[in-house]
Design a protein around this ligand. Structure first.
Ligand SMILES: Cc1ncc(COP(=O)(O)O)c(C=O)c1O
Length: 492
């Protein structure tokens, strides 16, 4: 037998054709082709190439600190002390107390005590018990109902929690999960990866992206009659990409539906502090709604939260949690086993999660600055959301529902026939065609509505309103000019 060592002649063992087909089929538009092109343009600018714009603005993803949002000082002070515990040594006290407020120093000491060892050590697979307890206390205070730290998992952002829960919920291609359309593509991508079936239900754009419980019931029954084992309902509240907030009565109907149709409810609440009409539509958690429902002891609920959004925007740190209510004890054991395979969520993310839920209180040395930073960011986000909404509604052929919450607007674009024909010639979806041209003309990277799915025959795009306030007028003017030029070109 001769061994062939000629590498040139050997085909690859792993190829795109023989790899896991679910990964090949999976799509995630938020970081898709347009985002890759945006990076190329950013590199070109850095190398001095002349383009029609000076900067690339990444509005394709809710990544606040990438767009110059400053981190909250207190959180970073505590985290930095935890990262470098030498600063807490008695001989450094005189210097460090000049640099850090006393409550940040005390908090870091307490966290290190809670973590027990170095933050470089693996923690409990579910998350450090004391940090989980801080999350449980936060939930209890937010909702007026107790929470059990043992029902809480700290996670690497909400994404890993969603992925774990979807994988435990699905068995095979017959397992169906109800997802909103439009949806955040974490859900469709994860279901593709798992080989399970997304069961779409539609949000109604004309009524502010509202959700019709009876329509969902019809969807469940239809899917079941075709053999899909529909097991869970995903609700994103406040919505992404659509920005709507559910009202409390609607939430009770959703819970009744879950009870009657035997569905686990997955409540994605990562935008719970991004609420821009708090009097008209305050945030109500599904945990609170559940506790006020007659079937509060039976309906199975998992709710997700994250450090990535809100005014914190620490998405690169990967922190968050989910809370389970009324799940089967055996399933909870399996969930723990799953978490233990990944050993533990990163400890810095766990620390930031605990800080998010236990910020400085009134009277603490850091409270004033914390409060000023949080309200400043909140007011600015609210102003930017209103400004961009007005810009979109002013464009020819564009309508845009307000963002009651979240970080996005999802305008509907009605494109001239000639633009539709040109997109077809290029074998592109019309909204992708429009977004490509916007990026090339303005440097603004948004995501075509087709990346989130949308009602047939309608076209949209999603943009964050995160560009910094001092650049916001330029950003809006760029979009305005692009749209005008586009319409002039294709209306001819
Ligand atoms: C609705 C929704 N859920 C979950 C996530 C995931 O967030 P992370 O994993 O950063 O917590 C996002 C991120 O944009 C989101 O918009």
């Amino acid at each position: 037998m001769t061994l062939n060592y000629d590498n040139e002649a050997l085909p690859k063992v792993l190829t795109v054709e023989n790899m896991n087909p679910h990964i090949r089929e999976m799509e995630y538009a938020v970081r898709g082709r347009l985002a890759i092109r945006a990076e190329e343009l950013r590199d070109a600018l850095a190398q001095g190439e002349k383009l029609p714009f000076k900067t690339v603005v990444s509005c394709n993803i809710g990544n606040p600190q990438q767009l110059n949002q400053k981190p909250i000082t207190f959180f970073r002070q505590v985290v930095s002390l935890c990262e470098n515990p030498d600063l807490l040594a008695p001989e450094k006290e005189a210097i460090v107390s000049q640099l850090y407020p006393i409550d940040a120093i005390e908090r870091a000491r307490q966290i290190l005590k809670d973590v027990g060892a170095s933050i470089g050590a693996y923690s409990h697979s579910q998350g450090v018990p004391a940090l989980r307890k801080s999350v449980a206390d936060f939930i209890a205070e937010r909702d007026g109902h107790p929470a059990d730290p043992n029902s809480i998992y700290l996670t690497q952002g909400a994404s890993s929690g969603v992925q774990n829960i979807l994988s435990i919920l699905t068995q095979n291609e017959k397992s169906g999960i109800l997802i909103p359309i439009p949806q955040y593509p974490l859900y469709s991508a994860t279901l593709t990866l798992l080989g399970a079936t997304p069961v779409p239900y539609y949000l109604d754009e004309e009524t502010g992206w509202s959700l019709d419980v009876e329509e969902i019931r019809q969807t469940v029954r239809e899917a079941r009659s075709k053999g899909t084992d529909v097991r869970a309902l995903v609700i994103i509240n406040p919505g992404n990409p659509t920005g709507q907030c559910l009202d409390a009565l609607n939430m009770q109907d959703v819970l009744t539906l879950c009870h009657q149709e035997r569905l686990v409810l997955l409540a994605d609440e990562v935008y719970q502090t991004n609420i821009y009409e708090p009097e008209q539509r305050p945030f109500v958690s599904f945990k609170k709604a559940l506790k006020e429902h007659p079937q509060h002891d039976t309906i199975e609920l998992v709710s997700f939260h994250s450090i990535s959004k809100g005014m914190i925007g620490e998405c690169g740190r990967r922190g968050g949690y989910f809370e389970c209510c009324n799940l089967d004890k055996g399933v909870m054991d399996q969930l723990y086993k799953m978490a233990s395979v990944s050993l533990c969520p990163n400890v810095s993310g766990q620390i930031m999660t605990s800080l998010m839920v236990t910020p400085p209180k009134q009277g603490d040395p850091s409270y004033e600055l914390y409060h000023k930073e949080m309200t400043g960011l909140y007011e600015s986000l609210r102003r930017r959301s209103k400004k961009l909404e007005a810009v979109f509604n002013d464009l020819e052929g564009v309508t845009c529902q307000p963002a009651m919450g979240s970080m996005y607007l999802f305008p509907r674009i009605r494109l001239p026939e000639k633009a539709l024909a040109r997109a077809a010639e290029l074998n592109q979806k019309p909204d992708a065609f429009y977004c490509d041209l916007m990026l090339e003309a303005t440097g603004v990277c948004v995501v075509p509505g087709s990346g989130f799915a949308q009602k047939d025959g309608t076209w949209h795009f999603r943009s964050t309103f995160l560009p910094p306030e001092e650049l916001f007028d330029d950003f809006c003017n760029g979009i305005r000019k692009f749209h005008q030029d586009f319409m002039n070109e294709y209306n001819k």
